[in-house]
Write a protein that binds this ligand. Structure first.
Ligand code: ATP
Ligand code: PRP
Ligand code: MG
Length: 285
């Protein structure tokens, strides 16, 4: 059985279970379940705190896990990212009251509050900045008002939490994060679990592609085919079939979902007709 760590709480938990479900894996029905065996797919899921997942995976007791890139880096565990998943996107940034500082270099002698001590301590050390780091579990934005720190380093998505606390980001983002699949550093072809890991990754990649692309079908005059195909090159090459009406062809290609409407306009302007898009539910590329 492949043993997989899944976040049990927080921003990563819902979308992680959703992508696994879309990839055809059984998922827990109830948030108190800690372990779930999916016998058909020969996978065992362990629902763990997101912050602990890299630690479990680094020991090799679990084969792979889903966590945040920021949590992976912060843990310092011997685990590496093998597939970015595109959800729980955030930046990790310094923030303070306006006018406090402009960059990490201004933080000498300051107290920085954060839930990500590992990332912050390393970032400051790399720049030779001597500042103290205070660990807080959450709601870090409040640490400044309560006088625990002059500066915070925290996850920022919309910036609403910072604005509500009267704080502003400063300096370059410390890192960009999103949910990622991780495994033990150095795991590879020699591992017994490797074929199953690769199959698991192909399934998740299939979901990511199915989410990002639609299938587009249209008819166009043969003399317009080259220009039409330039608009819909597909992933490898579009399928072109003859139509019963001479001089017309049917074209089928995958296109990025976000561009679909613009491409349909451009194809129509080119004289293409019967332009249809359909959702892709699953795929293996
Ligand atoms: N508002 C947010 N938007 C996007 N990603 C976020 C947000 N808050 C946290 N994350 C991401 O979620 C992961 C942290 O998960 P974790 O469960 O520890 O915290 P959380 O989602 O803030 O939940 P909670 O604080 O309620 O326990 C990190 O990878 C972080 O980048
Ligand atoms: O930029 P925003 O869209 O406001 O999102 C960022 C906030 O979301 C998370 O907080 P969460 O609600 O998880 O509370 P926590 O600080 O207790 O973790 C994170 O720690 C930030 O505070
Ligand atoms: Mg949080």
């Amino acid at each position: 059985m492949l043993r997989i760590a899944v976040p049990n709480k927080g921003s990563l938990s819902g979308p992680a279970s959703a992508i696994l479900h879309e990839a055809g894996y059984q998922q827990r029905k109830e948030s108190k379940e800690l372990v779930l065996v999916d016998p058909v797919n020969e996978v065992e899921f362990f629902y763990l705190r997101p912050r602990d997942i890299a630690i479990y995976v680094s020991t090799g007791r679990l084969d792979i896990g889903i966590t945040g890139r920021d949590l992976l880096v912060d843990s310092g565990a011997d685990a590496e990212e093998i597939l970015p998943l595109g959800f729980a996107r955030s930046t990790f940034r310094f923030a303070a009251r306006p006018g406090t500082a402009e960059s990490a270099e201004d933080l000498k002698g300051s107290v920085v509050a954060t839930s990500y001590e590992g990332i912050v301590a390393r970032h400051l050390a790399e720049r030779g900045v001597d500042a103290s780091v205070v660990h807080l579990d959450g709601a870090v934005e409040t640490a400044i008002e309560l006088g625990v720190a002059q500066v915070i380093a925290d996850v920022v998505e919309t910036g609403t939490s910072l604005r509500n606390a009267g704080l502003e980001v400063f300096g370059e983002p410390i890192m960009h994060s999103e949910a990622v699949v991780i495994r033990r550093t150095g795991a590879g072809a020699e591992d017994a679990a490797e074929p199953k890991v690769q199959q698991f990754l192909r399934r998740l990649q299939g979901v990511l592609v199915a989410r990002a692309y639609v299938m587009m079908d249209y008819d166009c005059r043969a003399e317009h085919l080259e220009r039409a195909v330039a608009l819909t090159p597909g992933l490898e090459s579009p399928t072109v079939s003859p139509l019963h009406n001479e001089g017309w062809v049917a074209v089928r290609a995958m296109v990025p979902a976000k561009d679909a409407q613009r491409i349909m306009d451009d194809l129509y302007a080119l004289g293409a007709r019967a332009i249809l898009t359909t959702a892709i539910h699953a795929c293996r590329l």
